[in-house]
Ligand binder design. Structure first.
Ligand code: DAH
Length: 341
């Protein structure tokens, strides 16, 4: 029996050296290590041997089994390596081929402008305060000194929800009330960016959905000079120190006095073109001193505190800087447009 095992081992190892591919290897495994192989039969039938012979045969049998298993594993690895080398030499790699391009995304042009605005305002001490897009009529209008039926509401027709008194905000201004109520009586210097909605006809200059950035400063002894100084500095940083600007008197129910700020048209350098409607100036924001009624609605005593506010359109600013002539491009999601930024 021991001789039989020796011979079996020799034979198996010799056959293994001959096995040249995966199929041959598998056939070898079944023949020499499978359940019905001679080796397994010998090991399985140990019990039938006279007790005196069992230990020696059993030991030798297991030795052979371990030797065959190890040789098999080695052969499998060697064959794999051979195959790899063959494939590497058969079809040589051209490492000079260009790699597959990786598509890198980018920020939407309006997001880029928003972030620049945040950076400029942050340097001037303004924090970002996020306010909600779904608002109440009270916040969006009434507390901003626009009572129901006030004709000024015509400027801000909006989308109504099925919940009475709940609307989509028409401007970021209701955030003024929210931030004042959150911080009163502390001084405030914040910007309130975000999406606004208006029910209006979609044209090259107006969309039903657009971004705004509201600015608000409240404290003691704040004057119109602070408002002008801040906005002039802002315009210098956004549009360059040489760009001319002007303030015009205007009207908003939530500011008194109110103004609008224009900058010299970036596209024609003030000479006159379709974008500036041949005036040489483009409006970039509305602003003013916070109306006493609004201050009081925010919790501040208007006899002690004052403040200024502005609201601007980052899309308008983006259009100016990149000479985009139609606001509808922004949300159309046309990659031919977006990939230019
Ligand atoms: N909320 C105004 C609008 O959407 C813009 C605006 C004007 C905001 C004057 C202000 C402001 O804070 O002081 O048309």
């Amino acid at each position: 029996m021991l001789n039989q095992l020796d011979q079996l081992e020799r034979e198996a190892l010799a056959q293994l050296a001959e096995a040249g591919d995966a199929a041959a290897l598998e056939a070898w495994r079944v023949t020499y290590l499978g359940k019905k192989s001679r080796l397994m039969t010998i090991l399985g039938d140990l019990g039938k041997l006279p007790p005196a012979e069992r230990p020696a045969i059993g030991r030798r049998g297991n030795e052979v089994k371990r030797a065959l298993e190890a040789a098999y594993a080695e052969r499998v690895a060697a064959l794999k390596q051979e195959e790899l080398e063959r494939s590497l030499t058969a079809a040589p790699l051209d490492v000079t081929l260009p790699g597959r391009p990786v598509e890198i995304g980018r920020l939407h042009p309006v997001t880029q402008t928003l972030r620049e605005i945040y950076a400029v305002c942050a340097e001037m001490g303004f924090q970002v305060y996020r306010s909600r897009e779904v608002e109440t009529d009270e916040m969006n209008f009434q507390l901003l000194n626009i009572p129901p039926h006030h004709p000024a509401r015509d400027m801000w027709s909006t989308f109504y929800t099925t919940v009475p008194g709940v609307i989509l905000r028409t401007h970021t201004s209701p955030g003024q009330i929210r931030v004042m109520r959150a911080y009163c009586p502390e001084p405030i210097r914040v910007i309130l960016p975000g999406m606004c909605y208006r029910y209006e006809q979609i044209t090259a200059r107006s969309e039903i959905q657009f971004t705004q950035v509201e600015g608000l400063a409240v404290g003691r002894h704040i004057t119109m000079a602070d408002l002008k100084g801040t906005l002039v500095e802002f315009a210098r940083r956004m549009f360059g120190a040489d760009r001319r600007y002007r303030f015009r008197a205007s009207y908003f129910p939530f500011t008194e006095p109110s103004a609008e700020m224009d900058i010299e048209c970036v596209i024609c350098d003030g000479k006159g073109c379709p974008v500036c409607k041949y005036t040489g100036w483009v409006e970039i924001l509305g602003a003013g001193m916070v109306h006493p009624v609004v201050l009081r609605n925010g919790g501040y005593d208007p006899d002690v505190y004052s403040g200024y506010a502005w609201g601007m359109g980052p899309q308008r600013i983006t259009m100016l800087r990149y000479q985009i002539n139609d606001i509808r491009y922004f949300w159309e999601n046309d990659l031919r447009f977006l990939e230019q930024f």
